[in-house]
Design a protein around this ligand. Structure first.
Ligand code: F6R
Ligand code: ZN
Length: 187
């Protein structure tokens, strides 16, 4: 039998009072997803390969749900805001929930058929990510973007498609504003 557990989450940092795993993604590991490679190479060298985001999780073996936080740093590569790799779930029948705790950003979604959806991420916004929609979060603000995610531990990740083709939309800064534009490399 599994026992209930309360985990405290710091909404400003994404820190969890109990965690069972974590990883960090640095800018050099995200080279394939950003368009402006010279800007990326410059920033990796000049900023000593900065951290772009960190994922912390709480997982209970035997449970059908697990959860965690993703904490994204503010920043841009050229005019493209810092973003996660983006993925479909390996299990096509499993969706996810993203609940934004702090900061501001954009959640880009894309169905297998190529439909796109753009959801705002700001404190209190709770996003329903349907099964078989790829999802990528983008920090468009000046502060950390922190969100809690909840899904089935069997959902898994399928990074290949988004890694190779990118998503249909890009989130960039244009004339000092956040703009969602069509990707030149994924018509
Ligand atoms: C899990 C999930 C999040 C992301 C995390 C990092 O299904 O959606 O925990 O894994 O925000 O994003 P990726 O995995 O796209 O680098
Ligand atoms: Zn996911």
């Amino acid at each position: 039998m599994l026992f209930p557990q309360s985990v405290r989450i710091d909404g400003a940092t994404g820190a969890m009072s109990i965690e069972t795993g974590r990883y960090v993604k640095r800018l050099s590991e995200l080279r394939p997803i950003f368009h402006d490679k010279p800007a990326l190479d410059h920033d990796v060298a000049a900023l000593d390969d900065p951290q772009v985001y960190e994922v912390v999780e709480y997982r209970k073996p035997g449970s059908d749900i697990f959860f965690g936080t993703t904490t994204m740093e503010p920043g841009k590569v050229g005019n493209e805001f810092y973003m996660t790799r983006g993925h479909f779930h390996a299990r096509r029948d499993m969706g996810e929930v993203y609940y934004t705790q702090s900061g501001e950003g954009v959640l880009l979604l894309q169905s297998r058929g190529g439909e796109t959806s753009v959801l705002e991420m700001r404190p209190g916004a709770c996003a329903f990510i349907p099964p078989d929609w790829a999802h990528r979060s983008i920090n468009t603000g000046q502060e950390k973007l922190v969100f809690v995610w909840v899904c089935n531990p069997e959902a898994g990740h399928d990074y290949a498609d988004i890694m190779q083709r990118g998503m249909r939309k890009l989130v960039v800064e244009r004339d000092g504003k956040v703009a969602v534009i069509d990707s030149p490399t994924h018509p």
